[in-house]
Design a protein around this ligand. Structure first.
Ligand SMILES: [Cu+2]
Length: 249
C-alpha cells in the first residue's frame, strides 16, 4: 500500500514536470499575439461569455467588455444553417486574413485565437486579454465579414497608456525563399502537418497557424511538434501542400 502510494505520487510529479516543461517551450515564442492578448489557461478562466452566431451574419452580443488581464471562456454557439467562425485579431489582421480567405475559402486553420463552428454546434475559445484597448473579432467564412459579421471586445485597462505596438516575432520572419514556422502537429495518418508560420511570400499569406498537406511521407518523418523549421508550400488544386521542410537553426 505504502509503495503503491509513493509510486503514484512519483508518477504524478513526473507528469507535472514534463507538462510544465512542454508548456514553457510551446509558450515561449508567441510575441506576435501580444497585441490582442494570448491563449488563456483553462484553469484561470474568470468568466464565461456566450456568443451566438447566426445566418443573419451577426454576432450576438457584438460587443463584449472585459478587464485587462481577465481570462475569458468564449462559448461560441452557431444557431445558423451554415458554418461560422469567431476569429480574434486586430482590425488589420482580420482584414488581411479576410482577403486570404476570399482567395482560398477551403483553407483550414488552427490558431488558438479562433474557433470554427458547424451549424447547430458549440465551440469555445479561452483567451486572456492582456492589453487595454480594443480587440476585434470577425467571422472569416467567405462573404461573412463583408456582410458585417464582426464585433469588438473592449478591454478596460488599469494602465490607460498602452503602447499598442505589436512586437514582431523575429523567428517567424520570412527569409528569401523559404517560409519560417514552428511545427504544432504532425498527423501521419492523414498526411497533414500543422504549422504556425510567418509570412509565406509565394502564397501571399500573412502569418498564422495552418493545416497543410504533405507532399510525401518522408517529409513528415523529418519533423515533430515543437520543431522550428523552414519550409516551402504551394497551392495545388485548392489545397496547401508543403513541398519541402528542414530544421531551422
Ligand atoms: Cu459567419
Amino acid at each position: 500500500m505504502k509503495s503503491h502510494t509513493l509510486l503514484l505520487a512519483l508518477s504524478s510529479m513526473l507528469f507535472a514536470t514534463s507538462a510544465l516543461a512542454a508548456g514553457n517551450h510551446a509558450g515561449g515564442h508567441d510575441h506576435a499575439e501580444d497585441a490582442i492578448g494570448k491563449a488563456g489557461d483553462a484553469a484561470k478562466v474568470s468568466r464565461t461569455v456566450t456568443v451566438d452566431m447566426s445566418d443573419a451574419m451577426r454576432f450576438n452580443p457584438a460587443s463584449i467588455s472585459v478587464k485587462q488581464g481577465e481570462t475569458i471562456r468564449l462559448v461560441v454557439n452557431n444557431s445558423g444553417a451554415v458554418k461560422h467562425e469567431l476569429v480574434l485579431g486586430t482590425e488589420k489582421e482580420l482584414k488581411e486574413h479576410n482577403e486570404v480567405m476570399k482567395k482560398s475559402p477551403e483553407m483550414e486553420h488552427a490558431d488558438a485565437n479562433m474557433v470554427t463552428v458547424a451549424p447547430g454546434k458549440t465551440g469555445e475559445v479561452i483567451w486572456q486579454f492582456t492589453k487595454a484597448g480594443k480587440v476585434n473579432f470577425a467571422c472569416l467564412q467567405p462573404g461573412h465579414f463583408d456582410a458585417g459579421m464582426k464585433g469588438v471586445v473592449t478591454v478596460a485597462g488599469a494602465s490607460a497608456a498602452s503602447s499598442g505596438e505589436a512586437k514582431k516575432d523575429s523567428t517567424l520572419d520570412a527569409p528569401a525563399d523559404m517560409a519560417r514556422g514552428e511545427i504544432r502537429k504532425v498527423d501521419l495518418d492523414n498526411k497533414k502537418i500543422t504549422i504556425k508560420h510567418g509570412e509565406i511570400k509565394n502564397l501571399d499569406m500573412p502569418p498564422m497557424t495552418m493545416v497543410f498537406q504533405a507532399k510525401d511521407d518522408a517529409l513528415l518523418g523529418r519533423v515533430k511538434a515543437g520543431d522550428k523549421v523552414r519550409f516551402s508550400a504551394e497551392k495545388v488544386g485548392g489545397a496547401f501542400v508543403v513541398t519541402d521542410i528542414q530544421a531551422a537553426k
